[in-house]
Design a protein around this ligand. Sequence first.
Ligand SMILES: [Zn+2]
Length: 137
Amino acid sequence: MARQRFGLEGPSHTGHDVGHWDGLKAGELRIQRCGACAEWIWVAQPLCPSCHAFDPGWEAVEPDGVVYAWTRTWRAFHPSAEVPYTTVLVELPQAGNKRVLGLYTGADDPVIGSRVRGEFESAPDENSWPLIRWSAV
Ligand SMILES: [Zn+2]
């Protein structure tokens, strides 16, 4: 299976998710967490959706999760895409069951409900961002 990179990696235009990408640079999977009420927050936001405290912090979690859903893409929606590739929606039990989307590197089809582990891949150059790729445990 191809080792996809789309050139779309990196913080969003809002910058709310910079903490996540800084975490990947440091070899950590960081998920936003409210310092006031301890709610896990994903996708990153400027305030806690539970208690409305501003500027939630970031916490590193083990890149261990469970496959919640997956799909295989057969059509190249981006010029640099090599198809097919497999995307998984990974639920993170130690982060309030928040779900992160990522590329799957296993040779076999992912199995819903099975454990996966993320591996960090360094950025190929200084203008790119690191990635986390998921595979079966
Ligand atoms: Zn909160």
